[in-house]
Write a protein of this length. Structure first.
Lengths: 980, 198
């Protein structure tokens, strides 16, 4: 009998073995099983898997180094939960991953993606060097050649067609610093057409939530869900999209024996753990929410005191809700009234209650209205601004919150400063760049198609084109595009090519572009669409794990990630590429005027310091790199539920983890951040606050300021407007400003010092004095049940463009055709045509899309990771057992999914299941590399093709855009499915 | 001496597959070999439950009982390991195992099997702890470092528990008492001939 004794003593590290191998230059961790004879056959079976050269061993060099393992901490680059990744590095090689128990967010845990994240850095499928397409063939080029050629082409295109003819796309996978740098870059280039993935995930959340109570972000935190007694997850599947969040959700469910209600067209993996599942027809969220509110108002379960003190115009909502009787709700959404009564009673009475939503609510033509309705449900029941309550909006990508905050958005400057003169002048001051010079960079737009001409100033203040419409801005007749020229060049940083609906039209747009540049760790779908022959460049960018920088998790906590290893192959980080490109384009001096550049790379810490200097409006001013790094060092000190560190801690005493914004004032002020927004039970200095008085003080005779409600310890015991130097003078608080602060305010204000506000005062004095008086710098207003500036001030139900219920379209039509964000939105015309042509008869199945746990986003990165790819090897469509039987479709066979536009079709495998209801099909959105039945593997540059390829769902998705943000409709279209 | 066990709380498991990729990551397990996997019952229907499965390191392990070359052994921590030097890849253990744990690389045509591979409870094999030979054949040896299997350490919802049998049973028991429901310690009766009494 074999026996090996275990003494249980942890005497040596496993890395000694690894390090020994590295030192000998022969062994990497990948090699071990190969030697045992394990891999040869398995690899042959896998076919496409090739474990290439022993890159890691080479990277480590052959010099003998002892078993020194360096621990580096960064943040997972996948979803927005913000899991800390703990890496073990030996000799500059990332050899192991350990659980990050100290992090209060993930407490050691990961999902499949996080537990496999090391492979992103060591993957041999990464883009290894810059490449260009020449006559349809990929060719290796040098970085210098890439900068030269791209720069020359950009300048030529700008010369001929203007600055707006170049479209800039940033990334939710950027660090905060890269996001900010790219937004600044676009401003210096002279365009507002700068966008990122928030457009297609939560742009409607940001618009809807900010228009309700001030800021477009999750109000509480993942951890705080542990306090909830009732939670509704509507249009979200966090078990797959945010698995680590389920740790907090399920703990809350268990500890409080909480109600966990899942409302979704699909019985998701999250629904499998719910105490109640409500199946709805896709696209009827507003009827369902109003169905809930109908019971709440009917039975007087609303929080009357909260509404009176902190909500404007709830009566306008009551009128609309009155129309949604249980019968009408059931007729439209399919949900029985009794079930919604049960849900309503729990949400209103078993408090605290929280609402969790994701892209099931946001990715609709009524996305903003959906979000507004959800906020109103929170407001009506008083479920905002306290522990266990709130709009717990789970953002998508690792830094989609930060990238949104830092202005990768066609309607804002960094930190939500508007595209108005005041906003531009603020950033011109921070950047130390003349406002007039910035203005000179923008195009003059001639009058066309009955629209007035725009001056440079007016164009500078006009929102850009959304990423959902970039190809419309290429394809449409020029007079329909409200800028000097259609889009001619497309600069894509960290963004898949398969994530936007109507792919056949996107490919047409790609064909017409004069220049396409993809800067990404992987070639992305853009490289594999057979659309181009020349003038296409691939730039290898490293992942955020290979660079320093901060990222903002969904709960607004900012975490500093340190570079784990040097960028792989010839890849470079975003800072360097943007800087070098700016050098070539002639504005690098302005881009980094006050940012230190070392060895040609802007320093991340210094970029953050500039963000701090200008980020007053959102409280991005207090999170200095030093404070953030201290948080990473002291992770274990933060409380699991409150996220707060003990007050007596020397380094992070009293802080909330990651200094969740707003973190007011300068870093020296040591504001702890705000773990829960709008929480009046805390002093502002302790992270408390009020609803933001963002929309004026009065409307139609009714006050917009809070009544008899204020945050703890406030000197003002009623509502108040936002603070300016003028308001300060009236209150006599200007005397509390230091001489230095006053001088800065007077200098900024020039002739109108009274207008200098909490958001434009670069001295931070106004915020500091506000905190001393216990008031929120942004005022104390009411949240708006009626948001009069939105297309539907009170949300109303509107049928999807491709409605499966033509009988309801006349009563609930989509909004009239309109021009939005420089392009036409002809939703109503399309909807009418769909009804008139009887599309719902030929395409009788509702098609919805969503995430799988193994993959993320467009999926190029995760499908290139064999550990993940092995778990999901085929693109599929979930089809109901009844629908499959009707069509003679067996589980696992290939089927064609036909879309109602562009004669589109996709060949995928059938997954026959009752997870989707009768008449509903679901497809994941992470696949690409097949197009309408054709395998496009050969189009990728050699050796960079993802392990798993498949059809993109967006080949068959259709028209439909939210009127406020241009959000695309991905959750509700129609299709037909036939056996292949 | 501690008696190491696995316990999967099916009421917590969300089939996120972190345990699967954590295992791949820790041991560089190649494509086609899955030391751990997640099985979902009633997929897509009410009552859907997922369970993470690997070698359970049984008491009186049936794999060991059927092995014709006697390559299995049980460590002092009650972890069931085997020697790849002795294993002949016959596949008997696969038929004996109630959990489908043994895995075999295909090494040639006609379905011929290589040496068996399975979960080691992150504790290596018969070679000296931390030796290169041990690492190459069995992967890393966390247990000897004083650490637990990475699959359980990284489980997103802390559904998969690893550690001393009595301790993890107690954790599970407390959980069930607190929340008021529990579908039982899955596989324990088969593997350990006992259940967690609540």
């Amino acid at each position: 009998m074999l026996i090996k004794r275990r003494s249980g003593e942890a005497s040596r590290s496993k890395h000694q073995a690894v390090a020994a191998g590295l030192a000998a230059g022969v062994l990497d961790r990948r090699a071990f099983l190969r030697r045992s004879g394990l891999t040869a056959g398995a690899l042959a079976a896998a076919g496409t898997i090739q474990l290439g050269a022993v890159r890691k061993a080479q990277a480590a060099g052959s010099s003998a180094v002892g078993p020194d393992t360096v621990i580096k901490k960064n943040v997972c680059t996948h979803c927005s939960v913000g899991c800390t990744v703990t890496a073990e590095v030996v000799n500059g090689v990332w050899v192991g991953q350990e659980p990050s128990y100290a992090s209060p967010i993930n407490r050691g845990t990961h999902c499949a993606k996080g537990a496999a994240i090391r492979e992103l850095v060591s993957s041999d499928r990464r883009l290894k060097y810059p490449m260009k397409l020449e006559g349809g063939q990929w060719k290796r080029i040098s970085w210098d050649q890439a900068y030269e050629e791209i720069g020359d082409k950009l300048m030529a295109i700008r010369e001929k067609n203007g600055a707006d003819s170049v479209y800039w796309l940033g990334s939710a996978k950027f660090t905060n610093e890269a996001s900010y740098l790219m937004r600044k870059f676009a401003a210096l280039w002279g365009t507002n057409s700068i966008d990122h993935q928030a457009r297609i995930c939560h742009s409607t959340t940001v618009a809807g939530v900010a228009n309700t109570w001030g800021y477009g972000a999750q109000t509480n935190s993942y951890n705080d869900i542990r306090n909830a007694k009732t939670m509704i997850v509507l249009g979200g599947n966090p078990a797959e999209a945010h698995p680590v969040s389920l740790q907090h959700v399920l703990s809350g469910k268990e500890i409080n024996r909480a109600n966990m209600i899942v409302i979704d067209p699909r019985f998701t993996r999250t629904a499998a753990h719910a105490t109640e599942y409500v199946r709805i027809r896709s696209g009827t969220d507003i009827p369902v929410v109003y169905g809930i509110l109908w019971h709440i108002f009917q039975n007087g379960w609303e929080d009357k005191e909260f509404i009176a003190q902190r909500v404007y115009a709830m009566d306008d909502v009551r009128k609309e809700v009155a129309k949604w009787t249980p019968d009408e709700v059931e007729r439209v959404s399919g949900v029985p009234g009794e079930q919604l009564k049960r849900v309503a009673e729990k949400f209103a009475k078993e408090k605290p209650a929280t609402l969790i939503w994701c892209m099931g609510a946001t990715q609709h033509t009524v996305g903003t209205a959906n979000v507004r309705a959800l906020c109103i449900l929170c407001l009506a029941t008083g479920n905002v601004g306290k522990p266990g309550t709130g709009a717990n909006i789970f953002r998508g990508h690792t830094n989609v919150q930060g990238a949104t905050d830092l202005g990768l958005d066609v309607t804002t400057l960094p930190l939500y400063y508007g595209l108005v003169e005041g906003g531009w002048r603020h950033w011109a001051r921070v950047w130390d760049v003349p406002y007039e010079w910035l203005q000179s960079r923008f195009d003059e737009v001639p009058a066309q198609a009955g629209r007035k001409a725009r001056t440079r100033k007016e164009n500078m203040e006009a929102p850009g084109i959304t990423s959902t419409r970039w190809f419309d801005a290429v394809n449409l007749p020029p007079e329909q595009i409200d800028q000097r020229s259609p889009v001619k060049a497309f600069m894509v940083f960290g963004h898949g090519g398969n994530t936007v609906t109507r792919m056949p039209e996107a490919i047409e747009g790609m064909n017409k572009l004069e220049l396409l540049v993809v800067a990404d760790p992987h070639p992305t779908t853009f490289a594999a669409l057979d659309a181009r022959q020349d003038n296409t460049y691939l730039l290898p960018i490293c992942t955020s794990l290979e660079m320093d920088g901060s990222r903002t998790a969904s709960n607004r906590s900012i975490q500093w990630g340190e570079q784990i290893v040097q960028p792989a192959f010839e890849s470079k980080n975003d800072y360097e590429v943007l800087y070098k490109l700016a050098t070539k384009l002639g504005f690098a001096d302005k881009l980094c005027k006050n940012i230190k550049v070392e060895n040609g790379i802007p320093v991340a810490e210094d970029i953050l310091r500039e963000i701090n200097r200008g980020g007053w409006s959102t409280g991005y001013s207090g999170q200095s790199p030093e404070r953030l790094k201290a948080h990473m060092r002291n992770q274990h000190k933060f409380d699991l539920i409150t996220l707060r560190a003990p007050k007596d801690d020397p380094e992070v005493g009293g802080d909330y983890y990651g200094l969740p914004w707003p973190c007011w004032g300068k870093p020296e002020l040591k504001h702890p951040g705000s773990a829960i927004l709008y929480n009046t039970n805390l002093h502002v200095k302790e992270g408390g606050g009020t609803f933001r008085a963002r929309f004026g003080t009065e409307r139609n005779g009714a006050t917009l300021l809070a009544e008899d409600s204020f945050s703890k310890g406030s000197d003002l015991t009623d509502g108040y407007p936002e603070f300016t130097f003028g308001v300060f003078k009236k209150l006599g608080w200007d005397k509390d400003l230091t001489e230095e602060e006053r001088a800065t305010i007077l200098k900024i204000g020039g002739e109108k010092p009274d207008t200098v506000s909490w958001a434009t005062d670069l001295s931070g004095g106004i915020q500091r004095v506000c905190l001393e008086h216990g008031v929120s710098p942004f005022g104390n207003g009411k949240a708006r049940a009626n948001a009069w500036n939105l297309p539907d001030p009170v949300p109303v139900h509107r049928e999807p463009i491709y409605s499966p219920r033509p009988d309801l379209v006349a009563k609930y039509p989509t909004r009239p055709d309109e021009r939005q964000l420089r392009v036409p939105n002809i939703g109503l015309t399309v909807q009418k045509a769909v009804v008139d042509k009887g599309i719902a008869k030929d395409f009788p199945i509702i098609l919805t899309s969503g995430r799988l746990v193994e993959y993320e986003g467009g999926g190029e990165e995760t499908r290139s990771n064999p550990w993940l790819a092995e778990l999901q090897q085929d693109m599929f469509v979930e089809i109901n057992t009844g629908d499959a039987a009707d069509r003679g479709i067996k589980d696992g066979q290939f089927v064609w999914v036909y879309g109602p536009e562009n004669s589109s079709k996709a060949k995928v495998k059938a997954l026959v299941t009752d997870r989707v209801g009768k008449g509903v099909a679901f497809m994941p959105f992470h696949f690409s590399g097949w197009y309408q039945g054709k395998d496009m593997r050969d189009y990728y540059p050699k050796g960079t093709d993802p392990v798993v390829l498949g059809e993109s769902v967006n080949t068959v998705t259709t028209y439909g855009f939210d009127p406020v943000t241009g959000m695309q409709e991905t959750k509700c279209t129609l299709c037909q499915i036939k056996a292949a | 001496m501690a008696r190491m066990k696995f316990l999967c709380d099916a009421d917590r498991c969300i089939e996120c597959n972190a345990c699967v990729t954590a295992c791949k990551n820790e041991h560089e397990v190649p494509w086609g070999i899955n030391r751990r996997r997640v099985v979902t019952l009633n997929d897509g229907k009410p009552g859907e439950r997922s369970v993470s499965m690997a070698c359970m390191h049984c008491t009186d392990a049936p794999c060991a009982a059927v092995c014709p070359v006697n390559c299995f052994y049980t460590t002092a921590d009650a972890v069931v390991l085997h020697s790849k030097d002795i294993c002949i890849g016959c596949g008997y253990c696969f038929y004996a195992c109630p959990f489908g744990a043994p895995q075999y690389p295909r090494v040639g045509n006609f379905g011929s099997r290589g040496k068996m591979d399975k979960c080691t409870y992150c504790s290596g094999g018969p070679e000296a702890d931390f030796s290169t030979a041990e690492y190459e054949k069995y992967g890393s040896n966390r247990l000897a470092e004083g650490k637990l299997p990475l699959c359980a350490e990284m489980c997103s919802t802390k559904a998969l528990l690893a550690g001393d049998g009595e301790m993890i049973a107690e954790i599970y028991k407390q959980r069930v008492i607190k929340r008021g429901y529990g579908s039982g310690a899955w596989g324990w009766k088969t593997a350990y001939r006992e259940t967690v009494a609540i």
